[in-house]
Structures are given as structure tokens and as C-alpha cells.
Design a protein around this ligand. Structure first.
Ligand SMILES: *Cc1c(COP(=O)(O)O)cnc(C)c1O
Length: 388
């Protein structure tokens, strides 16, 4: 090992940002479950606003347990700094609000996460911000939507219903030419499979509720970007809107990160195996999973990602509500539920507009958990057998 050897991803997940010496050697960091931090004298209290202070003041603005998490995530995403939030939507709305003012225009993808879309369509118009929705599978979609007042491209690649990708280096390049900020919701890929910042994207956002937490026991979000941007978000949206991450939630995410690389490898392997199985069943019309060779964006997926997570959707040949409900209701190991990225397999029947045709259809989205993959395939097979 040479001195310039860079620690690998797994090693960073275990050790980066942890100062065990300062914590009595504790192998798992303590949860700093306190609202306020005290000062030894008035002079240090009065200089407490120093932005690079190593001490903490109040948990809404920073907490030592949360700080370990933020440093680790910034490193894993190859960004300069990170801030944790109380939910993925807390992170998304803080990041989005941080770069917009009245009169600005945003471009995002049609299939962006539902509440993110509602932030653009139902909330931001009240403050004079307009949004254009594009499919986003071609760079011309973005190019054609740019206006003189466009300030933000908000993308989500792969998206979480139809798993469409955006060409991140191309989106970042186009945005730079027009001085547009780029943000990518990277929750599906996780830093294990994709690092948008290395492709020129300015801001990476995660809901840690999904794969990063990984155990369906925490709701939290993360924003990664430059030091300057993260400091501004911390001072404004973080502190003033106050979607603060709870220290216990930060601790649960630190615990989730210890196993993130091995969990994602299993999600990837099982996801691919189940997706291939589903795609080859005659009762299935289409499977939406960029990990499949036949997926129209498989080549792009291989260029900008190191793998695919265990989340995908499919459409039955008989894509009616009745048939879709019948298959989902027949599942025994898969539970019916929103969210994804946990240890357990989940299925949801969804009535959605197909971005390729603009027509509504029924799909089933599966989150492939960590159970024995043969059990998952057998469960899906018996459920499909309820169709005549
Ligand atoms: C769930 C989800 C979010 C929101 O995260 P919360 O932690 O539930 O607020 C954001 N983006 C995507 C893609 C999601 O699936």
C-alpha cells in the first residue's frame, strides 16, 4: 500500500469521519441526544457564529452524531459537504428553494417523485416560480425547455416508477453553458452505483429513508454540494425552515451505511435475477429495469452507473386494474406498501401515465428485498398463475 492509496468505498463507509479517540474508543458513535450545547464563558459564547467552528451550538444547526454522517456522505458522493434533513422531502425542498426566487423557471422530468412534482406544480407557483416538465431521455428535451429565466434543472436518474435515465454529463454540460444549477435525486442508485457530482452535477440529494437507512425504520434526507452552497443552505433553508435531522435518525443512517455496500450488492443481484424472470414470463408485457440488456437505456446505464439497485416495475399483458390487483393481492412474501429500499420486499399496484406513450396504464412496482431470491421468484410465479 502506497501513501497515496485512497481508501475504498467500503472502508469509507466503516471509518470515514469517525473520531473514536474523542468518543472513548466507542466502536459505534454515541447519540448526542441534546438540543443545546453549553459554553465555558461569555467570550466563547459571543464568537459562536464562526462558520467553521468545530464546536456545536444547537441541534437545529448542527449535532456531532449528525456531523459524522454528513462528513461520510459527502465523502461517499465525492462532494465537498453534506447536510442531513428530517426527511427526503425536507432535503429536496431546502435544496430547491435555495436557488430560486420569484420569476425563475425550472426544468424537471415528468416522472419525478410525486411530492417533488407537487412542490413544483402546486407550491412554487405561489411564489412566482414556473416549471416545465420534460421526458428527459434525450438532451434535446432539456435544450428545448430552456428560457432566459431558467435557473434549475432538477433530475432523478433512474426515476422511481419507470426507471428512465437522464444523460447526466450531457445535462450538466448544457446547464453550465446557460448558468443553470443542476440537482439530481440519487436515491435509487445510492453512492454505491452512481456519483452525479463526478459527472458535473452541482447538487446530489438522497432520501435516506430508502436504501441508505435500509431497514424501514428511519425517515431522513441528505443534500451534498460545494462547501459554499452547503453553508448557504445551512444558514437559510436548513436553519429557517428547520427540517432538522434527529440525532437518532443520523445514528440509524450511520448504522445503515456499515452494510450499504453489501446490501446493495445483494439488491443488485436479486433485482436482476427477478427482473429477468419477470421479463421472460409470457403474462408480462414489459419490464422497466435499466439492468436488462433489452432496456433502451441499458448502454447509458452502463456508462454512468456501476450497477442497478433492486427496484423495478412491470406491466402485465392484461394491464387492467383487476388483473393487476389480483396479482398483487396473491403475493405472500411481498407486502403491499409504499417506500422501498428496505430489507423486505414490497409491491405496489400503480395507475400511471406511460412516459413513452402518454397513455395511462397499470404497473406493479417491486422493491426486491434481501430474502432468498428463489422464494421471491416462487412467490411472483404463483401470483402470476392466478391469471388465467
Ligand atoms: C421517497 C422518496 C423521496 C422522499 O423521501 P422522504 O424521506 O419520504 O421524504 C424522494 N425521492 C424519491 C425518489 C423517493 O422515492
Amino acid at each position: 500500500m502506497t501513501q497515496s492509496h485512497e481508501a475504498g468505498f467500503e472502508t469509507l463507509c466503516m471509518h470515514y469521519g469517525e473520531n473514536r479517540e474523542a468518543m472513548f474508543g466507542a466502536a459505534a458513535p454515541p447519540i448526542f441526544q441534546n438540543s443545546t450545547f453549553t459554553y465555558p464563558d461569555s467570550a466563547s459564547f459571543h464568537t459562536r457564529q464562526d462558520a467553521d467552528a468545530t464546536r456545536f451550538d444547537y441541534t437545529r444547526t448542527g449535532n456531532p452524531t449528525t456531523r459524522i454522517l454528513e462528513q461520510k456522505i459527502a465523502k461517499l458522493e465525492q462532494g465537498e459537504d453534506c447536510r442531513a434533513f428530517g426527511s427526503g422531502m425536507g432535503a429536496i425542498s431546502a435544496a430547491i428553494l435555495s436557488c430560486l426566487k420569484a420569476g425563475d423557471h425550472v426544468v424537471t422530468i415528468e416522472t419525478v417523485y410525486g411530492p417533488t412534482r407537487r412542490l413544483f406544480s402546486d407550491f412554487l407557483p405561489r411564489f412566482g416560480v414556473e416549471t416545465t416538465y420534460v421526458r428527459g431521455t434525450s438532451i434535446e428535451d432539456f435544450e428545448g425547455a430552456i428560457k432566459p429565466n431558467t435557473r434549475l434543472f432538477f433530475v432523478e436518474s433512474p426515476s422511481s416508477l419507470f426507471f428512465e435515465l437522464q444523460d447526466l454529463p450531457a445535462v450538466a454540460r448544457l446547464a453550465r453553458e446557460h448558468e443553470i444549477v443542476t440537482m439530481c435525486d440519487n436515491s435509487n442508485a445510492t453512492p454505491v452505483f452512481q456519483n452525479p457530482i463526478t459527472m458535473g452535477i452541482d447538487v446530489v440529494i438522497h432520501t435516506a429513508t430508502k436504501y441508505i437507512g435500509g431497514h424501514s425504520d428511519v425517515v431522513a434526507g441528505l443534500v451534498v454540494g460545494s462547501k459554499e452552497r452547503m453553508r448557504a443552505i445551512g444558514r437559510m433553508e436548513g436553519e429557517l425552515i428547520g427540517a432538522t435531522c434527529d440525532p437518532f435518525a443520523a445514528w440509524l443512517m450511520l448504522r445503515g451505511l456499515r452494510t450499504l455496500p453489501i446490501r446493495m450488492e445483494r439488491h443488485r443481484r436479486s433485482g436482476l435475477e427477478v427482473a429477468r424472470f419477470i421479463a421472460s414470463d409470457p403474462r408480462v408485457r414489459r419490464a422497466f429495469y435499466p439492468g436488462l440488456d433489452l432496456h433502451p437505456q441499458h448502454g447509458l446505464a452502463k456508462r454512468q452507473m456501476r450497477g442497478q439497485a433492486g427496484l423495478f416495475s412491470f406491466e402485465l399483458r392484461q394491464a387492467s386494474q383487476e388483473a393487476t390487483f389480483r396479482v398483487v393481492d396473491a403475493l405472500k412474501i411481498f407486502s403491499i406498501g409504499v417506500s422501498w429500499g428496505g430489507y423486505e420486499s414490497l409491491a405496489v399496484p400503480l395507475n400511471v401515465v406511460d412516459p413513452a406513450t402518454g397513455e395511462p396504464t397499470w404497473i406493479i412496482r417491486l422493491s426486491i428485498g434481501l430474502e432468498t431470491v428463489e422464494d421471491l421468484k416462487a412467490d411472483l410465479y404463483q401470483a402470476l398463475n392466478t391469471l388465467e
